[in-house]
Design a protein around this ligand. Structure first.
Ligand code: PGA
Length: 251
C-alpha cells in the first residue's frame, strides 16, 4: 500500500542556528507521536548533513531541494546526485515550480534529474502543477499531463514506484490561497489515472501523491481526508515546529 507522507520544504530560509534548533525540536516532538506518516525534512544544502545525522537517530527522513542534472566535474556551484547519495540522502525535490520559473528548468531537465537520483538510490519528490492562467483557461489537466508524461513516463515500473509525486498548483504556493479539497482530489485522481493507464492500476495505487500550496494546520485534515491525497509538501508551515507537527497529526 502507498504511504502517507508529510514533507517540509524549507526553501532558502533560516540561518544555521535556527535550522539546528528546528530540526532538533522536530526530532523531539516526533518521538512523542505514536503513529506518524513518513516525515521528510528538506533544508537548504548547507544543513543537509546536520539534518541527515539527526534523521539517522530519529524517525524522519532527510531530503534535498534540488540536484544537478550533471554528473561530477567542472560545474561550479552544483551538487550531484552521487554526492547526495554519499551523504545517505533519502529523498530530493525536483521540478518545483520555483525552479521551473526562476531557473528555467524544463520537463526534459527534470527528466534527467529524476534519472540521476534514481541511479543513486534517492527517491525523487516530483512536483507538477499549473499556473493560474492555465487553470483559468481550463487547460490545467493538459499541463499536468505533459509534465508527468515528459519527465516520468520513460521510467520502468520498478523505477516509478520509487517516485513520490507532489501536485502543487502554482497559484496556491505561498499565497495563502489553497486549492479546495475537491480541486485537489480531482487532480490527484487524474494523475493516478494517468499512472494507471501507463503502468497499470496496481502500480498507480502504490504511488504516493502529495498536495502542496498553502497547506497548513487548519486545512490539512480536510485535504488529507481525500482518497487520492496521500499527504502534503509543506513550505511556509514547515518552518515552525508546532505548525508542522499539527499537519503531521492531520491524518
Ligand atoms: P507553501 O509552499 O506551503 O509555502 O505554499 C509549498 C511548496 O512550495 O512546496
Amino acid at each position: 500500500m502507498r504511504k502517507n507522507i508529510v514533507a517540509g520544504n524549507w526553501k532558502m530560509n533560516l540561518d544555521f542556528e535556527q535550522a539546528d534548533d528546528l530540526v532538533n525540536e522536530l526530532a523531539e516532538k516526533l518521538e512523542e507521536l505514536d503513529i506518524v506518516p513518513d516525515v521528510i525534512i528538506c533544508p537548504p544544502f548547507l544543513y543537509l548533513e546536520l539534518t541527515s545525522d539527526i534523521a539517522q537517530e530519529s524517525n524522519f527522513f532527510a531530503g534535498a531541494q534540488n540536484v544537478s542534472m550533471f554528473d561530477n566535474g567542472a560545474y561550479t556551484g552544483e551538487v550531484s546526485a552521487q554526492m547526495l547519495g554519499s551523504m545517505n540522502m533519502d529523498y530530493c525535490i525536483v521540478g518545483h515550480s520555483e525552479r521551473r520559473k526562476y531557473f528555467n528548468e524544463s520537463n526534459e531537465d527534470i527528466k534527467i534529474k529524476v534519472e540521476k537520483l534514481l541511479a543513486n538510490a534517492i527517491r525523487p519528490i516530483f512536483c507538477c502543477g499549473e499556473v493560474l492562467e492555465e487553470r483559468e483557461k481550463n487547460i490545467h489537466f493538459d499541463v499536468v499531463k505533459k509534465q508527468v508524461e515528459e519527465s516520468l513516463f520513460h521510467l520502468t515500473e520498478k523505477e516509478i514506484l520509487n517516485v513520490v509525486i507532489a501536485y502543487e498548483p502554482v497559484w496556491a504556493i505561498g499565497t495563502g490561497k489553497t486549492a479546495t479539497s475537491e480541486q485537489a482530489q480531482e487532480m490527484h485522481a487524474y494523475i493516478r489515472s494517468l499512472l494507471a493507464s501507463k503502468y497499470g492500476k496496481d502500480v498507480a495505487e502504490n504511488i504516493s501523491i502529495l498536495y502542496g500550496g498553502s497547506c497548513n494546520a487548519k486545512n490539512a485534515k480536510e485535504l488529507f481526508a481525500n482518497n487520492d491525497v496521500d499527504g502534503g509538501l509543506i513550505g511556509g508551515a514547515s518552518l515552525k515546529a508546532e505548525d508542522f507537527i499539527a499537519i503531521i497529526k492531520s491524518f
